[in-house]
Design a protein around this ligand. Structure first.
Ligand code: URA
Length: 262
């Protein structure tokens, strides 16, 4: 028996009540609170919902289907807290939109990657299910993202993310304060590439495990802002905005198709 909250109860971390979501069952989840308003406005009529900690939220109307756009902040713990509270407020489908670093030669800056699975290099997901449990996307939502990318004519790839709790050692970056990567993570970029993983980011595995363990649906699309086969650096703002346009257009087309089905 799932534990929903009363429609007028303010959820402690996200700062909204279920009533404020007007029956929304779909959420778009950027990491960055600063991206929420633009994402919501690209979807249709919109109104602000709440601003609390890393969770900034807007409600958008996509051809009659209400969509919550709510930031998660960075990393697994913030995602897990946000998804817990959104689920208790009635959200059933979660789509992460964010940025990523590619680790395969053929994935270029500004491309997008739709992740159908993720390596659990996080800690938060282990509090929900043992490490043997897979971090996999929902097939229906993932197919919608692929169709959305095709419709928006965005260059996309489908693959496995490596979701790391850290931006530096977990993603084997040496341009950190000490420049040191612990031995067990040295060589990990080459190893994940050899094993066919496509990209690094910090949230997808937690989202997939938490959503699946709740019996809810989740998918993920990210724009490429670092090409790790060339450099550890994150690309300049023009690349960032091309990547953001890619995941925004993809998510928008996917949500328009979902609204038609509902
Ligand atoms: N986000 C990450 O976690 N890693 C990158 O390289 C780029 C964005």
């Amino acid at each position: 028996m799932n534990n929903y909250v009363d429609k007028n109860e303010v959820l402690y971390h996200v700062g909204f009540t279920p009533a404020m979501l007007e029956g929304a069952e779909v959420a778009l989840l950027p990491g960055d609170p600063g991206r929420v308003q633009a994402l919501a406005e690209a979807l249709g009529d919109t109104k602000p919902v709440a601003v609390h900690r890393e969770y900034t939220s807007y409600l958008a109307d996509v051809n009659g289907m209400k969509v919550l756009v709510c930031s998660t902040g960075m990393g697994g713990p913030s995602v897990a807290i946000g998804v817990e509270e959104m689920a208790r407020a009635g959200i059933k489908k979660f789509i992460r939109v964010g940025t990523t670093g590619s680790i395969q030669e053929n994935i270029e800056l500004g491309d997008i990657v739709i992740n159908h699975a993720a390596v659990r290099l996080d800690g938060a997901s282990t509090h929900y299910a043992p490490i043997e449990y897979p971090a996999v996307a929902d097939l229906e939502l993932t197919n919608l993202l692929v169709a959305g990318a095709q419709k928006a004519q965005v260059k996309y790839h489908v693959g496995i993310s490596v979701s790391s709790d850290t931006f530096w050692p977990g993603q084997e970056r040496y341009d950190s304060f000490t420049g040191y990567v612990p031995r067990h993570l040295q060589g990990s970029v080459v190893e994940w590439r050899q094993l066919g993983a496509t990209n690094y980011e910090m949230e997808t595995a937690t989202l997939f495990v938490v959503a699946n363990s709740f019996g809810l649906q989740a998918a993920s699309v990210c724009g490429v802002v670092a090409k790790r086969t060339d450099s550890e650096k994150v690309a300049p703002p023009d690349v960032y905005s091309r990547a953001a346009q890619g995941f925004q257009a993809t998510a928008r087309e996917a949500l328009l198709m979902l609204a038609e089905r509902e």
